[in-house]
Design a protein around this ligand. Structure first.
Ligand code: NAP
Length: 502
C-alpha cells in the first residue's frame, strides 16, 4: 500500500511517499481501508517528535480517518467487514490501510460522507466539551474565540452560536473572519491589525467577554484575558502560536475569573459516559444539519506534505483533508429511505386468549406460546403522565423540540413505562378460570434493547417458561415476554415476568 512515511523526525518536507506492507491487526483491532484522513495540529507535532505520543520510527502520521472495515479481529463484536466507519487512530492514517483499536472506531452516521466523517470528531468533541462542560456557556453570554478560523476554533464558533451565545471571532485575516461570520459569528476582530483587548472592550460595551476560548496561546492570551468580563471563564485549549504564555495571576483575581484547562483526550478516558453523551448530542446536531464542518481543501496523498505545510503556515480555514481512496470518497451516498414497515407476523391472532380451567392445565402448557397481544400506542400523553407520576421528568421524555437534536429525533418513552404495560398484555393473553386472585409480581432478567419512540405501537409476545407451586395453594408462573415495536425488527425489551395465581 502507498503511505506517507516519517523515517526521521523533521518538517513535512522530510516525509517520504513509499510503498509499504499493510499493517497486521491484533484480536482487538480492525483494519480500515482509508478513504479520507483529515489534518490536525498534532500531525505537525508528531513528525517533529514534539507530541505527547511518540510512535517508533518509521511511521505514517494522520490521526483521524474514515473508511471501510476490511478485517476485524476475533474479539471485535461491534464492527464487521464492509462497514463504513470513522476513527481517531493517533497516527497511521496517511496510508491506504490502518490498524486501529476497535474501541476507537465508530460506525458512520447514516447519510454522512467520508470527508465529513474524517473531519468531525476531534474538533467538535473538543470544543463541545470545552464550552459545555468546562465553561458552562449559557444562552445570551458573549463568547470570544481566538484562532477562530482554525480547526477547533471554527467548531467553537459554530457550537457557540448553536448554544445561543453571542460569538466574537478573532483571527488573523479577513478571509478567515468571513467564514466565521458564515458559521455564526456576529462580531469579529482581526488581531493582526487590531488591538485585541481594546477591540473586545469596544465590542462588548466595556463589559468584556464572558467566555474566552483560546487554542492559540503566546502573546494573544494576556491581551485576551485583560478583556474578560467579571466572573468570566478563560478556556486554555492549546498553544498553536508556539509559546506557552506565563500569565500574571493578579489578572484572575482582578477579574474574579476562572482560568480553566481543557484536555478532551483525558476527559474522554476518565469520564467516558459523559463523553459518550456529548458525542450522541453532537451526532444529533450533524443528523439534523445544525453543524457542518468547513472543508478548506482536499489533497491527494501525493500532496499531503503540502496540506501539513498549509496548516503550519496558518493558511487552512476549518479542515484540510487528504484523500486516500478517491473512488470511495466519490461513491454516491445511499439515499436514506424512511423505514418501511415489515409485515408483522403474529404468532397467533390477537384476541385468542388462552383460558386454563385449572392449575393442572397451566402446568401442562409449560414451554408453549401464548401468541401475541394487540397493539398499544405509547403516546406522548402517556409518557407525560408517567413522568408526572414517577417524577422522572427528563427532557428526553418530555421536550419534543430538544429531543429533535438527539439521534432519536423525537422523545422516547421511559423503559419502565413500557414494562408497566405488561400486566395489560398478560390479561389479554391468558386467564386461569379457577383462580380467585392473581398478583403480577413484576419481572426478572429485564433487558431494554431499543428505545420506544413516542407514538410507537408496541405489543407483547409471550411463552410460559416454567411454573412452580407456592405456599397457600398458589402457582407461580414465569412468562418469557418480548415487547415488539411496530415496523422494527429489534424488540424494545425482553423480560421474564412473574405472575402468581391463587
Ligand atoms: N486541549 C485539547 O483537548 C485540544 C484538542 C484539540 C486541539 N488542541 C490544540 O488546539 C490548538 C489548535 O488546534 P487546531 O487543530 O485548531 O489547529 P489549526 O487548525 O492549525 O488552528 C490553529 C489556529 O491558531 C492560529 N495561529 C496563530 N499562530 C499560529 C502559528 N504560529 N502556527 C499555527 N497556527 C497559529 C491560526 O489562526 P490565525 O492565523 O487566525 O491566528 C490557526 O488557524 C493546537 O495547539 C492543538 O494542539 C487542544
Amino acid at each position: 500500500m502507498k503511505a506517507l512515511v516519517c523515517t526521521s523526525f523533521g518538517l513535512p518536507d522530510t516525509l517520504e511517499l513509499k510503498e509499504i506492507p499493510s499493517p497486521q491487526i491484533t484480536d482487538d483491532q480492525v483494519l480500515i481501508q482509508v478513504a479520507a484522513c483529515s489534518v490536525n495540529f498534532p500531525d505537525t507535532l508528531i513528525i517533529r517528535n514534539l507530541y505527547q505520543f511518540k510512535p517508533e520510527l518509521p511511521f505514517s502520521p494522520g490521526g483521524e480517518v474514515s473508511g471501510i472495515v476490511k478485517e476485524a479481529g476475533k474479539n471485535v463484536k461491534h464492527l464487521k467487514p464492509g462497514q463504513r466507519v470513522f476513527a481517531l487512530c493517533g497516527w497511521g492514517g496517511f496510508a491506504g490501510e490502518v490498524a486501529v483499536d476497535a474501541q476507537k472506531v465508530f460506525p458512520m452516521l447514516p447519510g454522512m460522507d467520508f470527508v465529513t466523517a474524517a473531519s468531525v470528531m476531534y474538533n467538535y468533541a473538543t470544543s463541545y466539551h470545552a464550552l459545555k462542560d468546562r465553561a458552562e456557556l449559557k444562552e445570551g453570554e458573549t463568547l470570544l474565540v481566538l484562532g477562530a478560523g482554525g480547526g477547533v476554533g471554527l467548531a467553537a464558533v459554530e457550537l457557540g452560536k448553536l448554544m445561543g451565545a453571542n460569538v466574537i471571532a478573532a483571527a488573523s485575516s479577513e478571509e478567515k473572519l468571513e467564514i466565521c461570520r458564515q458559521k455564526g459569528a456576529s462580531q469579529t476582530i482581526n488581531y493582526s491589525t487590531e488591538d485585541l483587548k481594546d477591540k473586545i472592550k469596544e465590542l462588548t460595551g466595556g463589559r468584556g467577554a464572558d467566555v474566552i476560548y483560546d487554542p492559540v496561546g503566546d502573546k494573544y492570551t494576556e491581551s485576551a484575558l485583560r478583556g474578560i468580563a467579571w466572573g468570566g471563564r478563560y478556556l486554555v485549549v492549546g498553544f498553536a502560536a508556539g509559546e506557552i504564555p506565563k500569565i500574571p495571576l493578579n489578572l484572575a483575581l482582578l477579574k474574579g475569573c476562572a482560568i480553566t484547562g481543557v484536555f478532551w483526550g483525558q476527559f474522554a478516558a476518565k469520564e467516558p459516559a459523559k463523553n459518550f453523551s456529548n458525542i450522541q448530542e453532537l451526532a444529533g446536531f450533524f443528523m439534523n444539519g445544525s453543524l457542518k464542518p468547513h472543508i478548506y481543501q482536499l489533497y491527494p496523498l501525493e500532496k499531503a506534505k503540502e496540506a501539513l505545510n498549509d496548516l503550519m503556515n496558518r493558511k487552512v480555514i476549518g479542515k484540510a483533508v487528504v484523500i486516500l481512496d478517491e473512488q470511495l470518497v466519490n461513491e454516491p451516498l445511499a439515499e436514506i429511505k424512511p423505514q418501511t414497515k415489515p409485515e408483522i407476523k403474529a404468532v397467533s391472532e390477537p384476541g385468542t386468549k388462552k383460558v386454563f380451567r385449572d392449575f393442572d392445565e397451566v402446568k401442562a402448557f409449560v414451554g408453549q406460546s401464548f401468541g401475541t397481544s394487540s397493539w398499544v400506542e405509547v403516546s406522548q400523553e402517556m409518557i407525560n403522565e408517567f413522568a408526572e407520576t414517577t417524577m422522572d421528568k427528563q427532557w428526553i421524555h418530555l421536550d419534543p423540540d430538544k429531543a429533535k437534536m438527539t439521534p432519536f429525533g423525537q422523545t422516547i418513552a421511559h423503559g419502565l413505562l413500557t414494562l408497566s404495560l405488561t400486566p395489560k398484555f398478560m390479561y389479554e393473553l391468558f386467564e386461569v378460570e379457577s383462580s380467585k386472585m392473581g398478583i403480577n409480581y413484576g419481572s426478572d432478567k429485564v433487558r431494554f434493547l431499543s428505545p420506544v419512540l413516542s407514538d410507537t405501537r408496541i405489543r407483547m409476545s409471550a411463552k410460559l417458561k416454567s411454573v412452580s407451586d407456592m405456599p397457600n395453594n398458589g402457582l407461580k408462573m414465569i412468562v418469557e415476554a418480548t415487547i415488539e415495536m411496530e415496523g422494527k425488527e429489534r424488540p424494545a425489551c425482553v423480560a421474564e415476568l412473574i405472575s402468581v395465581v391463587y
